[in-house]
Ligand binder design. Sequence first.
Ligand code: TXA
Ligand code: MG
Length: 321
Amino acid sequence: MLTKNIELASKALKKEQIIGFPTETVYGLAGNAFSEKAIKSIFELKNRPFNNPLIVHISSMLQLHEVAIEIPEKAFLLAKHFWPGPLTFILKKHPQIPLLVTANQATVAVRMPNHPMALKLLDQLNFPLVAPSANPYQAISPTKAEHVEQYFKDQLQVILDGGPCEHGIESTIVGFEGDSIIVYREGSVTLKQLEKIADKLTLKSNENHSPVAPGMHSKHYAPKTPSILTNQLKTVIEQNEYLKIGILTFKETRLKYPVAIQFYLTQNGNLKEAAKNLYAKLHELDAFDLDLIIFEKAPDRGLGKTINDRLKRAASIIENG
Ligand code: TXA
Ligand code: MG
């Protein structure tokens, strides 16, 4: 059920139930981070393998010490600038965080979300919340409460409706090694923003996601409809003219393509706006019963890089060039 009632959400969580909840990035499936029962339910609901660890959400710096130990100075520096906000830290885990959360690793992922409802909810609880994005494993992430409802219908008694997500793309994930900051996942905080605060950035975001074969990337954020990522839009349309096609361009384009549906991410090329709209447009296109969705690449800079990363993981085929 969709609701704005935070009390209902906190009651459910105290009973070890799972709820849908809003953050500034995407909606999460939240449960008590100290409850093995709740954590297990999250993995089962998402059909997510247990070797893929979860992010712990907190609402105060004090609470950080219940989740992690031996926190490096650089983490405090980044927290000062970016929290509450879409930046996740990989830190040494506190013994009271169950190994189920971290997939048996000694590290834990933690962030303080910047959404008034999420923070208010966390303040009412005496435990942090684990929350992966509220989609079945590998499906498109949800940026509206309605997306969560479509995915999990009767399986969730409470879905807190906090409106459309401000950023629309997951948090950036960083770890700390000696003096360096390692970027494991590019997300709503850009590399440029991080560089302004901290030097010695190392990018490792592609390592464990490298393509298994040419043209094939690890599937994630994927619509059910087959899809192609290209910057040769016209050519790909011509090659597939006998199909029912939907296209997603970066900017609004006046070119009239002979396709069933044509959407764009941003009217005038604003990257933040494009990121915010990305998943919602994927959800919309996927509902049209198309034969093929063609994505146009975004400009390869700043948030555009992150958009292209998500489109690569969403697409069934990636065209080079
Ligand atoms: O914006 C976000 O981060 C959203 C909202 C709900 O907070 N959450 C989210 O969670 O994107 P999820 O589960 O979809 O992605 C979490 C990522 C996974 O790729 C996981 O492998 C990584 O975080 N992760 C979690 N714990 C980790 C750890 N200890 N070491 C390395 N990676 C970790
Ligand atoms: Mg996810």
